[in-house]
Design a protein around this ligand. Structure first.
Ligand SMILES: *Cc1c(COP(=O)(O)O)cnc(C)c1O
Length: 411
């Protein structure tokens, strides 16, 4: 019956220039083809310890509790929130895009009383607004997205850290879209928990979520420890409400990565190899170097888009380095935006992103991140975009995109 078996996986050649996932660095894919080793093999435990050290550098932290949550970025977000939040806790979420709404949704599922402060899409939230809300709500946790790919905005965090310290609030950040491509200072900014993913500026595939946890947050989480190696802990201790997830119970996951190596789940070894290589790439380059690279290529893409005569959405002064929201020319009409995206894919093998919610049909999102934060990818994407739009009858400045980008590189 071999005739009915589908052939080997053989994906088309694509350049992924959307808001993520991006084309993985070949070094990461090579690392992921390395043989498996048992999870309590001394080599493996030493490798896990190495990964913890590498991610301390990526997150710029001295936090002992720095490791990987198995699963995509959302697994890290859920692990953080379900482990910190007890039913009835107040949580404050500044919302300035789609992923702020995700934090609200997850916090609500954890039983939190969720309060929000909102900024219009395309803007960030002013620290005074957050401070005012912190005074009013007195939350246990402030949960905020750093870079929201839905709007391209990058929320300044340093002031929020100060506010959290002054009011004894735990400070959580989803840095999935921004880490590696924009300055991120876990310790300097007073973050208690931060999580990320590999498929944006970290140049890997989705499926592993790096996390870092301050000693203060680790103590809060460990105080809720109920189950250890399957045995219920002492009943006379007030452990608070039991963490409502087994897989994402960070108290258990910390024991698993920690010196006691208590069994929890089977390590996703192949993802660990990939995540290790992502961190090695960044640490070799230096975090400052990686941010500078994303800034340069992001600026070249931004100027290129403008050079074509296209508009850019949002408060550009607060834009993430690694993604730009390009206004779809009105002359393309209602379906024209999708048609142009399809032509980018069909004719050039280049994927650019669509948009959600209030921006649906209004902007494309073009990413320059991770392995694709490069001059050749920027220039090829701009050249292709010009041809596609010209083919759709949009009047553009001939060569204006590539020309403007090359000027950025030349200066
Ligand atoms: C891309 C992105 C995610 C992705 O979550 P996954 O579970 O990996 O799909 C999460 N948060 C933000 C801010 C993102 O930009």
């Amino acid at each position: 019956m071999s005739g009915s078996v589908p052939g080997q996986v053989n994906p088309p050649s694509r350049l992924l220039m959307g808001p993520g996932p991006i084309t993985a660095d070949p070094r990461v894919l090579r690392a992921m083809s390395a043989p498996l080793v048992g999870q309590f093999d001394p080599w493996m435990t030493a490798t896990m310890t190495e990964v913890m050290g590498l991610y301390r550098e990526v997150f710029k932290t001295a936090n002992e509790q720095t490791f990987l949550v198995d699963g995509t970025s959302r697994a890290g977000i859920e692990a953080a929130l379900v482990s910190l939040i007890e039913p009835g806790d107040r949580v404050l979420v500044p919302v300035f895009g789609r992923f702020g709404h995700l934090l609200v949704e997850i916090a609500e599922r954890c039983g939190a009383e969720v309060h929000t402060v909102e900024a219009p899409w395309g803007e960030v939230v002013e620290p005074e607004v957050v401070e005012h809300a912190v005074r009013r709500v007195r939350p246990k946790v402030l949960a905020v997205v750093q870079g929201d790919t839905s709007t391209t905005m990058c929320q300044p965090l340093a002031d929020l850290g100060e506010i959290c310290r002054a009011h004894d609030v735990l400070f959580y950040c989803d840095a999935t879209a921004s880490l590696g491509g924009n300055v991120f200072e876990t310790d300097l900014w007073g973050l208690d928990v931060a999580t990320a993913g590999l498929q944006k500026c970290l140049a890997g595939p989705s499926g592993s979520s790096p996390i870092t946890i301050s000693d203060k947050a680790a103590a809060v989480i460990n105080a809720r420890k109920h189950v250890e190696a399957g045995i219920r802990a002492d009943d006379d201790i007030d452990h608070g409400a039991r963490i409502a997830s087994n897989y994402l119970d960070l108290a258990q996951v910390m024991d698993y990565w920690g010196p006691r190596r208590l069994n929890h789940h089977t390590e996703a070894t192949t993802m660990l190899y990939g995540a290790r290589e992502c961190a090695r790439l960044l640490v070799e380059e230096g975090m400052d170097g990686a941010v500078a690279r994303h800034e340069l290529h992001g600026r070249a893409m931004l100027e290129g888009v403008r050079g074509l005569g296209l508009g850019v959405f949002g408060d550009v002064a607060h834009k993430m380095h690694n993604v730009v929201a390009v206004e779809i020319p009105e002359s393309l009409g209602a379906e024209g935006g999708d048609k142009a995206r399809a032509a980018m894919l069909d004719d050039f093998g280049i994927e650019i992103g669509t948009s959600f919610g209030p921006l649906h049909g209004k902007v494309w999102r073009i990413g320059t991140m991770g392995f694709n934060a490069r001059k050749d990818t920027v220039l090829v994407t701009l050249a292709a975009l010009e041809q596609v739009l010209r083919g759709c009858g949009v009047p553009l400045t001939a060569g204006g995109g590539v020309g403007a980008a090359r000027e950025v590189y030349a200066s």
